[in-house]
Write a protein of this length. Structure first.
Lengths: 626, 161
């Protein structure tokens, strides 16, 4: 954008720049230009957003309306199940969000929606969320409120002017020129914001501890090592709104007089890294990062450090080792990072979602924030709703929303007419919650009481086809692979638990194994050095609590009710249904199905490898899994 | 007398200047190894040796870091490394079936390379596209909502590349 002369701004210049951009944007809207916004987060691109974009450009040219139509890009809108998603704004018509927009639909939208002013009904999706809670705290019709994701799906993350136009860097300006460090921390205290990385520690206390320590250099760290398999809230936030993280870290830097911050981010998130780099360059050019921010005496800069695929590095002491270029092994706490962090200096570590909430808290005040949520937990939480649910995607809801509202009202329930079995929260550190607790209002305390945890925000819905023993084994397989090996409760205990689960799922379990699982699990919870080991038995212990009968069925009846554990199932031909078409015999990779054409076939169990190919190919539903 | 049998390896000018810029910064090792892997698609032993000399860091330490982090590879992957996501959502929706089928089609196991060096299979942790589960990533391109049946079609695009 040319109005950005790309030179360092002082406070006054930032304010007038913001007004200028706002005016320009609103005059553009009045001018009658049509706008097409395309979601280009990782999911969008994977689903073909780039091809969709080219189709739009091409069709607009063909129809000769490319000079009155603006195409822009944005981050994740949260509707992951219908990517690519786009939003169309035609003057005089309400904005419309379309999902599943392939190249053909893109061309259709240009012809029908933009030219003939007729909405393409089959691809219309509801706006997922209210942008933000109303000023007076009142409730909108939407189940979702967007504080963390306020700009995701709205602004172009690669354009700083769009961030500034939505009050970006206003909180930084307010903090640096109108507040002292203590006042900022006090505002955080009033907000009652708790760390969104999983543990829920009050954010203001971390800041305050760090501020209290008498040291010359202090550091600010953003933990973007989102390792929970099945969670991508942080990736979407960074891809969709990178400036909000930079702004928040700079505010924290000012509050404790730190000069340097690090963003520790997974190397597996190339798009998020790219957008952060662009954002950092832009804010340096405008004097929002670097020396003498906005003409003040305060200087602060941020550096990116890449993770390299180690789940344990999400643990803060391990993360610090990794920033320092070492093997990411955790250390005992105390000393806490607030006292001894990066390079042995006091350090504030918060996760992406926590950081993203902070500019809003500074702008609107801690009290405004603390009005949202429950007695125990304030504000909103972003969840990556996935698994066996119709509308998987990113949702942001106020604390106190029930699981039922998330899974059924927002998520649309379970697909394919299957039965809901449980919902898993907290990933490899969490547990399952069953049907009878679906109406529990979510906060840190209530989930913990149910034997699960909030975690970072992975929420995975399981249906009748999912075996609880198998799911536990999946998580444990993950944590033993990720265990750093430093302490023996985690290193040895995890392996022992895994071996028992392996024994049970292969049909060799004995009933005493259940007590062993509980004993080893309890020991690991108490004796492991870091959060990884302390929480890794949780998936087992919580499934044992709610689904003990499934474990027992595996052990005593040698049955897997979900028909997932291969050693415990058999494939058989239903004679009445078999037409003798020979397809299964042809497809069987080990040629263990016999039978002549037009005669009932037979599966020889001794050689069957239980690959399920016969079940998949049979056109007559004549294969039974027992 | 030197008995090292490690071959000399050539770093690009870009890599050399990158290492030069990072050389005196504390905690530089992981960042530099990332750059090396970006250039070679894995960390050849000779490259690790060269980094060790350039930074004056013992090989043992570099080996320790390389083997700690899953992201770093010590073996050369296939020209097209097929990353199958084994995050929770993908696992529940059949990620394991995709691995089985790839093993069938290509005749190699996980972390192995086909004889012609074209393909390798890798099981990776969540790539963050859970809404599209199960997914496979080849050369940075994400293929979502995959099934066993669709795999041959996906591979076809890479056979002659």
């Amino acid at each position: 954008m040319e109005i950005l002369k790309m030179s360092k701004l002082n406070r006054k210049e930032l304010i007038s720049l913001r007004e200028k951009i706002k005016k320009e944007f609103s005059s553009k809207a009045e001018n009658g230009d049509t706008k097409i916004i395309i979601g280009v987060g990782t999911c969008g691109v994977a689903a073909g957003a780039r091809e969709t974009e080219s189709a739009f450009i091409d069709e607009l040219k063909l129809q000769n309306i490319s000079n009155t139509t603006v195409i822009s890009e944005t981050g994740c809108m949260g509707l992951c199940h219908v990517e690519p998603t786009i939003e169309v704004m035609v003057p005089g018509m309400p904005p419309v969000i379309y999902g599943n927009v392939d190249e053909k639909t893109a061309r259709e939208i240009v012809k029908s929606h933009i030219l003939e002013k007729t909405v393409v009904d089959k691809n219309v999706f509801d706006k997922p969320a209210a942008d933000i809670v109303y000023e007076d705290g009142s409730v909108s019709d939407y189940k979702q409120y967007r504080i963390v994701l306020r700009n995701c799906g709205i602004i172009d993350p690669e354009k700083i002017d769009e961030y500034i136009a939505r009050d970006g860097y206003m909180a930084l300006e307010k903090a640096v020129f109108e507040m002292t460090g203590d006042e900022i921390i006090n505002e955080m205290k009033i907000s009652e914001l708790r760390g969104r990385g999983g543990a829920g520690f009050p954010t203001w206390m971390k800041w305050n501890f760090t501020k209290q320590v008498k040291e010359e250099s202090k550091y600010i760290v953003c933990n973007a090592d989102e390792g929970d398999p099945g969670a991508y809230m942080d990736r979407s936030t960074l891809e969709g709104d990178p400036h909000s993280i930079l702004e928040a870290m700079t505010i924290a830097g000012y509050s404790i007089n730190s000069k340097k911050g690090y963003i520790y981010i997974r190397a597996e998130y190339p798009l998020a890294i790219e957008r952060l780099k662009i954002a950092m360059k832009q804010s340096r050019e405008l004097g929002l990062l670097g020396d003498n921010i906005l003409g003040s005496n305060f200087s602060f800069d941020i550096e990116i450090r890449l993770g390299a695929g180690a789940f344990v590095c999400g643990e803060e002491t391990a993360l610090l080792e990794s920033i320092e270029g070492e093997r990411g092994m955790p250390n005992p706490r105390p000393p806490f990072p607030a006292v001894k962090g990066v390079w042995g200096e006091p350090t504030i570590i918060n996760n992406v979602e926590t950081w993203a909430s902070i500019p809003v808290i500074i702008n609107k005040g801690g009290e405004w924030f603390s009005n949202i949520g429950t007695e125990d937990t304030k504000g909103t939480k972003v969840f990556a709703l996935t698994g066996k649910v119709k509308n998987s995607g990113l949702v942001e809801v106020p604390m106190g929303t029930t699981l039922r509202e998330i899974i059924y009202d927002i998520g649309g329930g379970i697909p394919n007419g299957k039965e809901f079995k449980a919902v898993q929260t907290g990933g490899p550190s969490g547990g399952v919650i069953t049907k009878e607790y679906l109406d529990t209002p979510i906060d840190y305390k209530s989930l913990q009481e149910l034997g699960s945890i909030m975690g970072s925000g992975g929420m995975i819905v399981l249906d009748e086809d999912d075996c609880m023993v198998d799911v536990s084994k999946f998580y444990l397989g993950f944590t033993i692979d990720e265990s750093c090996g430093k302490c023996s409760p985690c290193r040895v205990g995890g392996r022992a638990l895994f071996n028992i689960l392996e024994k049970i799922t292969s049909g060799n379990g004995v009933i005493e194994d259940l007590d062993k699982l509980r004993n080893i699990g309890a020991t690991m919870q108490k004796a492991s050095l870091c959060g990884l080991g302390q929480t890794s038995p949780n998936p087992i212990l919580s499934t044992l609590k709610y689904f003990e009968e499934e474990y027992v069925a595996h052990i005593l009846d040698k049955k897997c009710v979900a028909k997932k554990c291969k050693a415990l199932i058999t494939f058989e031909v239903i004679p009445e249904a078999c037409t003798g078409c020979t397809l299964c015999a042809l497809k069987c990779p080990v040629k263990t199905i016999s039978g002549a054409r037009k005669e009932v076939h037979f599966i020889n169990q001794d050689a069957c490898i239980k690959c399920g190919e016969c079940f998949d190919v049979c056109n007559f539903d004549a294969i039974l899994i027992k | 007398m030197s008995v090292t049998s490690v071959e000399e390896i050539k770093f690009s000018d870009e890599l050399i200047s990158f290492i030069g810029n990072w050389k005196n910064q504390p905690g530089n090792l992981i960042m530099i190894l990332h750059k090396v892997q970006e250039e070679f698609s894995y960390i050849p032993r000779a490259a690790a040796k060269k980094v060790s000399e350039m930074l004056n860091v013992p090989m043992s330490k570099i080996y320790g870091v390389l083997t700690f982090y899953h992201y770093f590879k010590l073996e050369k992957p296939g020209k097209h490394n097929i990353q199958v996501c084994m995050g929770t959502a993908c696992y529940l929706k059949g990620g394991e079936d995709l691995i089985d089928e790839l093993e069938n089609i290509l005749g190699i196991g996980v972390n192995q390379v086909t004889d012609d060096g074209k393909f390798s299979i890798e099981a990776v942790r969540c790539v963050g596209c859970c809404g599209l589960a199960p997914v496979v990533v080849i050369g940075g391109k994400v293929f979502g909502k995959l099934t066993k049946k669709k795999l041959p079609e996906v591979l076809e695009n890479y056979k002659d590349k």
